[in-house]
Design a protein around this ligand. Structure first.
Ligand SMILES: [Zn+2]
Length: 180
């Protein structure tokens, strides 16, 4: 499935990504801030706020990011969302996703970590996304999504798979993406 932003995909090289990771956060006018948030739908604290703007190319998964163009610079959207919400420039730290959804810019799903911590989270997880505290295998995630698509209620799925209703929601709202 194509994300709306994928139409404007640009493959980024590792250099471009490194540059974007270190760009100091800009001072933004109210108009620019409003424009930034207009690229997502802020649908409550729990849900992922998907970025409808541009994404970097999906050729290399690790470089796949939602980004926002502002005055000739390309900012990683999650970094801007973090900055605008918490008034903290992430600086050398990476803005990571608790929901593992790189298209999400919900500040409640974002946290700061060093690059190494981010990689450790990923490998401890066996390269699988974590949904909150409980880790499901990719097979379980598929099963859960399948059952949800057949109309089984999130509450029942949460009990069956031993996860919270919130986690169920994260998993099923994330069904567009197969790879991380
Ligand atoms: Zn999210």
């Amino acid at each position: 499935m194509l994300w709306p932003g994928m139409i404007a995909n640009h493959p980024w090289s590792s250099l471009t990504m490194e540059y974007a990771m270190k760009l100091p956060m800009p001072k933004m006018t109210n108009v620019e801030i409003a424009k930034f948030w207009s690229y997502t739908c802020r649908t409550g604290d729990e849900n992922c706020w998907l970025w409808f703007g541009a994404h970097t190319g999906a050729e290399k998964e690790e470089y796949r990011r939602a980004y926002f163009r502002l005055r000739e610079n390309h900012y990683i959207a999650a970094r801007l969302a973090f900055y605008l919400t918490y008034k903290v420039d992430p600086g050398d730290l990476e803005v990571c996703h608790k929901c593992e959804n790189k298209s999400c810019i919900n500040p409640n799903h974002l946290y700061l970590a060093t690059h190494q911590e981010n990689m450790e989270d990923y490998f401890i997880n066996g390269g699988q996304p974590s949904y909150g505290n409980t880790r499901l295998s990719s097979m379980e995630v598929d099963m859960l999504r399948d059952k949800y698509s057949k109309g089984i209620k999130p509450k029942e799925l949460a009990e069956e798979f031993g996860v919270s209703k919130h986690q169920v929601h994260m998993i099923v709202s994330y069904k567009q993406r197969k790879n991380f």
